[in-house]
Design a protein around this ligand. Sequence first.
Ligand code: AMP
Ligand code: ZN
Length: 500
Amino acid sequence: MKYKKYPVSLVNSISRKKEEFKPAVDGYVGMYVCGPTVYSDVHLGNVRTFTSFDLIYRYFLFLGYKVRYVRNITDVGHLLNDEDSGEDKIAKKAKLENLEPMEIVQKYTNGFHQVMHLFNTLPPSIEPTATAHIIEQIEMVQKILKEGFAYEAKGSVYFDVEKYNKSYKYGSLSGRNIEDMISNTRELDGQDEKRNPLDFAIWKKAEDNHIMRWNSPWGLGFPGWHLECSVMSNKYLGEQFDIHGGGMDLKFPHHECEIAQNRISYDKDPIKYWIHTNMLTVNGKKMSKSEGNGFTPAELMTGDHPLLDQGFSPMTIRFFMLQAHYASTLDFSNDALRAAEKGYKKLMKSLLNLQGLNYEGRGKINEDLDKEIKATCELCFKNMSDDFNSAKTLANLFELSTKINAIKDGTIPLGEISKDTFDFLKETYNGFVESVLGLIPEEDNQSSHLDIAMEILMELRADAKRKKDYALTDKIRDELQKAGIKIMDGKDGKSSYIIE
Ligand code: AMP
Ligand code: ZN
């Protein structure tokens, strides 16, 4: 491994303590992160969570670990309000948009990938979907039934939380007390099937109008939301793996239920470290679709939203997010984004300055300066190894950036620092800015941004066409034509474009 010198420590959200990271297999990291439920456009809050895990993934890679990063796509089983009854989020959207559920899944998975690409997050090593693992999920339900920790009721199967809690502690991750929880649980639809309101569905009977359903030993149905992550993390990372992550809001019930399912199915807790990332807020409130305070990355870029004074570029937004430690809340504001824009540009300027510098010969080394630069480089590693503190690392990079600019304009003669320190400075600055923080010059991305923006526009136009809004379809075509972009409608209903 390249950088053994900087051992990682992280706050394990199950012990609530900072622990030294010791992987199950030396030199390898297995990381599972709960991905999106693909029933709508991702909002900026979702992007924050996936950017935080992208940072963690990138840092392990940078240190020289071999990382298997699994991030799932939830395409079935996530019911409205995270409950055990009611409509499936995807099926509901399919009805609304008059599409097949798998068209909804594909549409929003594509959109999610485009957004992830725009923010320069690396794709995971494996991106499994829940619907592709129905057989394994049925097998897990059978195992839990066989172990006696679940029961069947009217074609559904529920996990018996009260029984589980007698042998294991339910609620330890989220710090909840099961007795309090029982008294606080409100009446739920279909609750009569459950022996206890806290029990959760691991398999649900599909009512006649439920369109996403599969054959099972208990009749037609679909898996409970929490099951997929237990199944897929085990399948791709093994019975003991290093990191399981997700946003803070997933601790309960999702991760708590996952832990319970795992303990019974695998006879142990497979996860060594839990990492939970904190929320993006707007005026102190969690950004979410249901609050109506969520905006999409596209709105943020164009500035076309009541909360926005102007548009901001993806790298500015990425920088804004990395300025906060992943475990702190981050409040959205136009001023903070404007400051982030300046900060990002400053980093990029020094990146370019550094790339243009070549070490020439030796002058008289300024020992104090030499030591100072080396120490600041070391701090970049130490701070990032200390629970992935990108906020502190950015502060270190700014100190280096001042030095780089001074070298570039001749205020510090390059000969005053040793060749070793200069090499270390280059390796650290380039490595942290581009590879670890994933901040790259925006120009590099311009053509792919155009592709993405055009894809979004074409999708909007296709939507307008379906709704017979020909005024809008024509307007999009004509305005683009004026800007020198010609849209060509194909016979298959798909459109393409050329820049004239
Ligand atoms: P969902 O598609 O709703 O399951 O959410 C996908 C991921 O985004 C989950 O890990 C959530 O914890 C996370 N998430 C949702 N809202 C926010 C927010 N406001 N800030 C940060 N992460 C969020
Ligand atoms: Zn999950």
